[in-house]
Ligand binder design. Sequence first.
Ligand SMILES: CC(C)(COP(=O)(O)OP(=O)(O)OC[C@H]1O[C@@H](n2cnc3c(N)ncnc32)[C@H](O)[C@@H]1OP(=O)(O)O)[C@@H](O)C(=O)NCCC(=O)NCCS
Length: 296
Amino acid sequence: MMFPLQGAQMLQSLERSLRKSLPESLKVYGTVFHMNQGNPFKLKALVDKWPDFNTVVIRPQEQEMTDDLDHYTNTYQIYSKDLKNCQKCLVSPEVINWKQHLQIQSSQPSLNEVIQNLAATKSFQVKQTHCILYMMAETIKKLVPSLLEGKNLSPNSGKPEAICQEMFKPSSLDVTHAALVNKFWHFGGNERSQRFIERCIQNFPTFCLLGPERTPVSWNLMDQTGELRMAGTLPEYRAHGLITQVIYSHSHYLNKLGFPIYSHVDKSNTTMQKVCKKLDHITIPCGWNQWHCVPL
Ligand SMILES: CC(C)(COP(=O)(O)OP(=O)(O)OC[C@H]1O[C@@H](n2cnc3c(N)ncnc32)[C@H](O)[C@@H]1OP(=O)(O)O)[C@@H](O)C(=O)NCCC(=O)NCCS
């Protein structure tokens, strides 16, 4: 059986404990970090025991999960030190509602075996997405400095060349820009993803560049797990260095707020991989993993 952690002290202690298991705990660590900063998505943390937990599951409150088809809301983050224990924990419908369309996110690729085993017994279809995981060098320096050994960082912390300041003005997104972000988001393009994007815009700092029409031409967001996400540039403004500038400014602003900075990029997206390399965002061996589960 798993039970929810109650109160600020326990959650802060969980954050400190997860920090010792980075980078494998990164997705859960980032989420708990933001739960401790006001918890705007009203998430809860379940553990199998306390304080020496084996498995942590972060999930929304049941009352938030009213749409069985909304896998953007029905999203769980998992970290476990013991995969056998993890599988036992996840069987319970009080931990994961397997009757819904849902997503599981984790920086631990080894969770795949657990989820595949559960898919067979619980009768759901599962699609795994494995992407490249990046952490900003400044974040690594603070949290897991050993990962920087042997890395050649740029002398100017990846600072990009200035862009035309007459033409492009730095700004933030407002909720009416969710449709634009949704149109270019690889995992989006539907009404449910648009609602999720609206929630991200309302609750976390965003960054964009306004073009000559004074509307966003390049943008970057953050989600409830503290990850930088949904970057995009309008096709007619691409290859002018705009997203490089946006991500540089956004990540340095968030870093000053003390946030851990990380992101993922699809293995086929060589443009974004180039951007990350240029900005001293370092690849993390465990990778970024998401499982999309649909009941049969
Ligand atoms: C990926 C994307 C955000 C890049 O935005 P952008 O503003 O064009 O990026 P930049 O101009 O800063 O380009 C970064 C680098 O990639 C290069 N580049 C940009 N578009 C390219 C293309 N189509 N082919 C090859 N190289 C390209 C740039 O020349 C630049 O390299 P350089 O610094 O050596 O000159 C944009 O193509 C996009 O919105 N794609 C669809 C959504 C997406 O994939 N988002 C990212 C999710 S992680």
